[in-house]
Write a protein that binds this ligand. Structure first.
Ligand code: ZN
Ligand code: ZN
Ligand code: ZN
Ligand code: ZN
Ligand code: ZN
Ligand code: ZN
Ligand code: ZN
Ligand code: ZN
Length: 433
């Protein structure tokens, strides 16, 4: 089978792609990708190849995502990539392009077909949930990963062109704007990885410092991001050594990035933290830990022990030590719960449950009041917005009234000038006669 393709002047022949073309020297003329498909279009004379799927893409399309103008297929220059204006993702492929608007669409998103008259088309446009309409779409190409949860989308795909979201139905339900006590200054807006900052820069949750995929709540002004795990956290205990209540971060794998204000070490993944002040405090450094503790794993009660527990005297810090409850390593200098009789050693974190945490506080934890303060502030913000608007409206009214007066005055001047001129002309005429 032969075809004439706009990318190349000679006719192309459909050929099975044998091992010969899988060589890295052969790249598809359109997408610059390697040859992996079973058949390719080849120009034997010029030794160029096109994926069958790429060669069969229409050269020009009309798409509802950019209804103003038709979109033209453009080959990817070697070494370059594009960024899709629908899903917001970088892509290494040919693009559909509108040169008038510089609108770029990856061929995968171009395959998304809006579903006309979808029954719940408008149920997603409630401004309280999301201020932009979601366009329900389907595609025959199975490619779409949810911008929110990063999972594959099996059924209807919901697109928000303003936010560049491609979502599961369930992921369209997240509130667009929230207030969070970790960043009381500003509201946080639902954003996805790859759009908040330039692509390639690291995106980390400000609260737990884990890198994230998918949704975050973000303050662009402060570059503050909360991943979906940390959104559910809030301060729960108040200790004397910090003026704010602290939230608990359990088994945080980035624990080594948080130095403890008490012991200075960063070898523990369980800690209390004030996100606003970047103040961290290990669980095992808490002064109010119970002195003895009972665990179902051991028949005796265990005693809080601050001195390092070795398994034999000749061991030093470089030896490996394990917790007898969870059987994962423990760092020798950290306090433990210990039964000397049986030489049973446990992590502090394995002996303190989440229900115990609020009880460790030294002072009342007034988070509810703090949250109420944020709410009041929020209310005031919109009030002051309203009053600013009212003030501006009044000013505009005053200026418009003044403008009216000036216009009338100007008209009077113009007409009196005209009268003066014609009087002068008449005088001139008379004197020349
Ligand atoms: Zn290709
Ligand atoms: Zn896309
Ligand atoms: Zn999802
Ligand atoms: Zn949106
Ligand atoms: Zn902010
Ligand atoms: Zn603080
Ligand atoms: Zn510590
Ligand atoms: Zn343990």
């Amino acid at each position: 089978m032969e075809m004439q393709h706009f990318i190349h002047e000679c006719p192309l022949t459909l050929t099975p792609s044998d091992k010969y073309y899988s060589d890295d020297d052969y790249r598809c003329e359109l997408c610059r990708g390697r040859i992996f498909e079973a058949s390719v279009y080849v120009c034997f004379k010029c030794d160029i190849v096109l994926h069958k799927s790429c060669a069969e893409l229409p050269r020009e399309i009309n798409h509802l995502f950019h209804p103003q103008h038709p979109l033209t297929l453009i080959a990817r220059p070697p070494g370059k990539h594009f960024k899709c204006d629908v899903c917001g993702c970088p892509f290494w492929n040919a693009k559909y392009h509108c040169s008038q608007c510089d609108f770029e669409l990856d061929p995968a998103c171009a395959s998304l077909m809006p579903i006309a008259n979808h029954d719940d088309n408008n149920s997603h446009t409630s401004p309280h949930v999301h201020p932009h309409p979601f366009i329900p779409c389907f595609t025959e190409k199975k490619f779409a990963y949810c911008s929110g949860c990063s999972k594959f989308i099996e059924d209807t795909i919901y697109v928000c062109l303003q936010c560049k979201f491609v979502l599961h139905e369930a992921c369209t339900k997240f509130p667009y704007k929230i207030r969070h006590i970790f960043h009381p200054q500003h509201p946080l807006v639902l954003t996805k990885a790859g759009t908040a900052y330039e692509i390639g820069s690291l995106e980390l949750c400000t609260a737990c410092r884990a890198d994230f995929n998918g949704f975050t709540y973000h303050c662009a002004e402060c570059k503050f991001s909360l991943d979906m795990n940390c959104v559910s956290l809030r301060p729960i205990v108040k200790f004397k050594l910090h003026q704010h209540p602290l939230a608990f971060f359990k088994d945080n794998e980035k624990g080594n990035k948080f130095g403890c204000a008490c012991c200075g070490c960063n070898k523990c993944n369980h800690f209390f933290r004030c996100v606003e002040c970047d103040f961290n405090f290990h669980l095992h450094c808490v002064p109010t830990l119970p002195l003895t503790r009972k665990h179902q794993c051991h028949r005796h009660s265990l005693t809080l022990t601050k001195s390092p527990i070795r398994d034999s005297p000749e061991e030093d810090e470089n030896s490996e030590f394990y917790c007898d409850v969870c059987e994962t390593p423990r760092y020798l200098p950290n306090p433990t719960y210990y039964c000397a009789e049986c030489h049973f050693v446990a992590h502090v974190s394995c002996m303190i449950y989440e229900d115990d945490l609020p009880g460790l506080g030294e002072e009342p934890c007034l988070v509810v009041e703090l949250e109420r303060e944020i709410e009041i502030e929020d209310g005031e913000e919109s009030d002051s917005e309203d009053s600013t608007l009212a003030k501006l409206n009044k000013e505009m009214e005053a200026i418009t009234a003044k403008l009216e007066i000036l216009k009338q005055e100007r008209a009077r001047h113009i007409s009196s000038q005209a009268q003066l001129r014609s009087a002068r002309l008449r005088l001139l005429h008379r004197s020349t006669v």
